[in-house]
Structures are given as C-alpha cells and as structure tokens.
Design a protein around this ligand. Sequence first.
Ligand code: GCV
Length: 752
Amino acid sequence: MTLNPLARNNRPLIFHPRSQLSMGVCVSMRWMWIICLALVGLNTGGLRADDGYRAWLRYDPLDQVSQRQAWTSVVTGLVCREDDPSVKVALAELQMGFSGLLGIDPSVRPEVSGSGGVLIGTIDGNPEIAVRLRPEDADQIGSEGYVVRTYSNGNGKPLVMIAARSGVGVLYGAFELLRQVQTGVYPHGLDKVDQPKIGLRMLNHWDNLNRTVERGYAGFSLWEWFELPDYVSPRYHDYARLSASVGINATVLTNVNANAVILTEAYLEKVATLADVFRPYGIRVFLTARFSAPMEIGGLETADPLDPGVAAWWQAKVEEIYRHVPDFGGFLVKANSEGQPGPQDYGRSHADGANMLADALAPHGGSVMWRAFVYAAEIEMDRAMQAYAEFQPLDGTFRPNVFIQIKNGAIDFMPTEPFHPLFGAMPKTRQTLELQITQEYLGASIHLAYLAPMWKNCLDADTRVAGEGTTVAKVIAGSDADDGYLPGAIAGVANTGSNRNWTGHPMAAANWYAFGRLAWNPDLSSESVAEEWVRMTFSNDAHVVTPIREMLMESHPAVVDYMMPLGLHHIMAWDHHYGPGPWIDEGRPDWTAVYYHRANADGIGFDRTVSGSGAVSQYHPDVAGIFGDVDACPERYLLWFHHLPWNHPMASGNDLWDEMCLRYQRGVDTVGSWLEVWAGLESSIDAQQHNHVLRLLTRQERESRWWRDACLSYFQAFSKRPLPEGVGAPGHDLEYYRNLRLRYVPGTPSEQ
Ligand code: GCV
C-alpha cells in the first residue's frame, strides 16, 4: 500500500538521504539506510555531499544506537484509517522520516493491535483516538493543535499517538514527532500538547512575475510562472513541507510592489495549481493586489475606491479568484507607499481603500492585509512618526476582515529597531507583525545573521498600552476576551529562492525555520529554536551543537556591532543596501544616511525625544519615559532616540566615541573567532556544507572590516578623535571607501 502521494509524483531529491542516489534510482530504503550508515561510519567528510536541499528535514540515520533502537521498537507500524489529504501527507512524511531516521519501512494498518505502533488521526475520524485522549486535551489543541504522546499499550508494547481535531493538526503533530526523534528525544514519557498562539502565520514573497525577487538573495523565484500550470515543480511540495513543518499556514506569492497581471485569468490558473499543491499542507494562498488593477487590466478609467464601478470590478474579480482557488486567503496591499498607487490618489483614506477590498472578500471568507509602511519625503515629520500619524486615527474604521500589517520597527527592517509604536495603539483593529526573513539590511545571503533574537526583541517588547505585559506578541495573538485585542497575524518576508539549498547561505535556513517556530509560539527562546535547527540540520553531537548554536546566538549582535551599533540606522549604501554608506546625502532626504545619523562636530544620533522630533510621544508614556530618558534608554537604541556628544559617558566607562569604535571592533572580532570554530568542525560536517559556510564566513570577516573602516573613517571626520587602542586602523582613506561601487547586487529592484 503506497500512502505516499509524493512518491507517485516522481518525488524530488529530498526523499532520499543522498541526492546523488535519488535521481530515479530505485534502491530499497533498507539498502539505502545500510549504505548511509556505512558512509556515516566512515566519517570521512569528503565522501559525503549534502547540497542542503533537505534543509532541516534531512532524516539521516540517527547516530545514537540506543535512541534508534528505542524508536524502532515503538514504530512497528502506522495506524491510520483516514483519507483526509492532510492526514495522508502526514502519513507520507512519517514514512519518509522513519525510513531515513530508523531504516525501517513501517507498514500502514487501520487498527491498533497488540504490536503497538504510531496511531495517527483526528478525534472524530478514529474512535481509537477519542478513547485515549484525556478530558483536558481537547480544550488545549484548538483547530490546528495536536497531542503527541506515548502510551504503554497494556501488553507492554508502546504506542505513540498523534491526535488532532483537523487533518492539518495531525500533520503538525507528525512534524512534531519527527522533530522530537531528530533532536535526540527518546520515546518514553513523550507528552506534548500544543497549539499555535498566532492564528495566521504567513510568508510574504517579494517575487516578481519575471522571477526576479526584490531583496531576494537565493536565486530566482520559486514560482515557475511560465511553466505553470502544466508543469508542477516538485520543489513546490518541498517548499510546502518545509513551511508546514514549522507551522506556516499562509503564503503571499507575489511582491508587494505588485503587478496586476497576477489577477488575470491566465495567471489565476497558475495560482490555482500552486494552491492545490499547498492545500494538504494547510497553506492558504494570498496575492498582492495592485490598487490600480481596475484600470490596468480592467479597462476602467479610475481606481477610486468609492466609485461603484470600481467596487463592482473588484467584487467580480474576487468571485473569479474564488472559482479558481476556493480557499483563497485574500489580498496583501502596499498602497500609497514608495510610488505604489492607492486610495489617496483619489483623496480617499487607507480605510476607504482597505474596506472596499474587504467587502469584496468578506462573503468568501477572505481578508485584506493592508500595509502601514507609508512615508513621504514631502512631509516634514520625522519618517519614523509618519505611519502612526496616518493610521492610528483610523482605528475603529476598518472592516473586521482587515489586518493592518506593520513592520517590526517604524523605519524599515533596520539591523536594530525599537518596536513600532502602532502595536497595541489600535485596539479596534487587527494587526499583523511584518518581519523580514530575507536579509536586506543584514548582509544578504553572504553574512551569517540568525535573526530570532532580533525578532524576539520585538515580540517580547512591552507596549504597556493595556497595562504591563502587553507585549507585541500578545497584541498580535489577540484573544477571545471582550476587552482583548482582536486576533491578528504574523508575516515574514521570505528568504527562499531557486538556489538548490533554498536560502543561499546554508545557515540562513535557520531564519526560515525560526520564523515559523516563533510564529507558532513567540514564547520559545531564540536559543532553543537555534538548537533544534542545528540538531536537525547538522547533528545531535554536542561537539557540533554547542559551537554552532553559540555562533548563531552571537551572530545578530555581531552584525549590529560592525554595521550600526548603539542604535545607528539607515547608514547603508544607496539602492542595493549591501555595504556601508554613512556619507549618502543626495536624493530624497529620507533615503539618505545623514538624515538618520545626524553626525556633526558636536555629536551623533537622531533626537527623537520631546525636545527633538517627538517620536517618543507615540509610545505609551511609560515606554516614552524609558526611550526618552538618556540614562534609561537601552544602549542598543541610544542613537535612535538621542543626539549625544562624542564624549557622552557610557555605562562601560568609555565615552561615546570610544564605545562606538570598540563596538565596531567587537563585531569584527566575533566574526573572526568563528573562522576558528568553524574550522574545528571540518570532520563533523558534510564537506560541501562546511566549505560553503567557510567561504562565506571568510568573506563576512573581510566585509565586517570594510564596514568598520568605512564607518569609523567617516565618523572620525566629525569626532576628530583617535581610534582607541585595540581598534584596527583602516587600510585605506575615506575616499577609497566612498568610491567603492558594487554592481548587480542580487535583489536590487533598479538592476532587475
Ligand atoms: C518591496 C524597503 C525595500 C523595498 C521594499 C519596501 C517595502 O523600502 O528597500 O525593496 O519594497 O521596503 O517593504 O515595501
């Protein structure tokens, strides 16, 4: 019996532990396992070749013999009697996982017998599950959660149960069980009852229809629009598997800088094909809607949201979309932002625009994700304040199926940013937190930067808006309470592309993984998520886990140190945003660097206190009191909120100039230290992966010095102070750094 739909579809390389062995070669899984064990036993990195395609779902044989034996004695078969598409893919995943991890090929049977096994299914779909559940379980799993528990099956034969209310809950439970096995857990006493804390967990792809990806650094778009709908790449399944394995349940296929062509019939057929692939994995498809689409593809003379003809056009368009994609999620819209069309082109408000689309989607169960990323050079107000000023007064005017999508900070995915003041400030409106998984301002896919700690800074930030403990995570999760926040969503701008290993930098897959895990449960620690990822991706060997986990945890602070320490922001190079550019002073002011760092002979930093731009006042008074007080403000946001003299005394005892220099140096030193750590892992990591990361770390170390030297040379012209002891001298003069030009940096819109 083949319950593995993936196998029928000429499944891709991910199916097999070794990609070279997988190209249509029919080798029994048992033999495959023996071969793999032999390779592992040889422990000769050079013989192995892992191209990273399998990411964290590698399913290589467990190296702990006792753990393997323990699980093999439990997984004597898969007990399942349901035909639900999500349950079927769960079953397929378990078969694939156990084949690889344990070297067994568990058969499927409909009932629990004396021999134990893995019982899989929904509460309503299998009475054997219902009788085993504890009374409290059902209340704790919601519609997407699960119970994963081991039982002793009376006669001493152990049984593992994966139970849920829905097929997709079963799928999440299956991934949880596999994660437990992959990360070294033994079956005895396994008892996990879980459900997601945030209802809508989305990836946002900034993918264009010509397959370039805005701010994408891992090749071209995953979506092969020209081949669709006829050819369905096996990668779509694997993208869905990887995403579902961390609980992602929605995907926006297209760039927020939208192309109306995606809404034409020919493209909707292609979208429908992708939606069909993703559905069993619990992933709903959304599209970006170009506000001027009624004119561009509808032949109307206006896109005014209050024009009845425009509303009727969208209504008909939405009906057409639902004929193709019955569970279509809705639209993501970037309007009146960075040149995109929007309701303000007609003198209407953001609420007018969002509500018109929301009304068209509501009868079908769809939603509008309306972005709050708005700012204009013509407005005098500090750019950091403009989105709040525009949106906060609109609270209460949006339809219930509108979500206001807000970036984590008020400028733009900077290496460090205080949380956006809009979070919690619109209690009558659903809010989505938008994070950037792709590393636009953090070294693209060249630099190692594990972003979970940065995201946690935002998720855990206490807005205080509804009393102490009103964290951003709580605001977006929402609650059923009458006075609670409306359930919102979380979105991550994807870092995936057509590169064989999905994310370019092998370690950047940790960010895709971490985004999903934190979206599922923002209370997880970045460190525990890093550890899971390392164990699943590389090894359970402590000699591998500890150093890589530590590198990951050090990485974001290190990148901040050598790029923009102490709350400096937006001092990157023009357009491609890859290297340093603190000297940028031409063009629209809010796209320059000097607008943000404000360095002069007196000091450095943007005064956003009440005596400056006043941006602190957009926060709750308790928070404004902290950010606005130079002594209370966390140092990582110091120059975000304060303009300070070069000799300002810092907590370390250094003055500001010396501290800034030493932070740049600390970043460089940290990256330098990884080279040795990584070299020490050579015999424990696949040779291809090891070499790839080594090359990237070597470049990162060189470029960290570039950042340090360029920025310090530039700021030194104002501080007129020597570099403190221990800080490396720049290899060139400032002019050299100013004149360095990079061309064709991937993901740069002007060069695509
Ligand atoms: C999709 C920044 C990026 C743009 C991006 C924009 C946005 O400005 O540089 O490439 O456009 O953010 O989030 O809309």
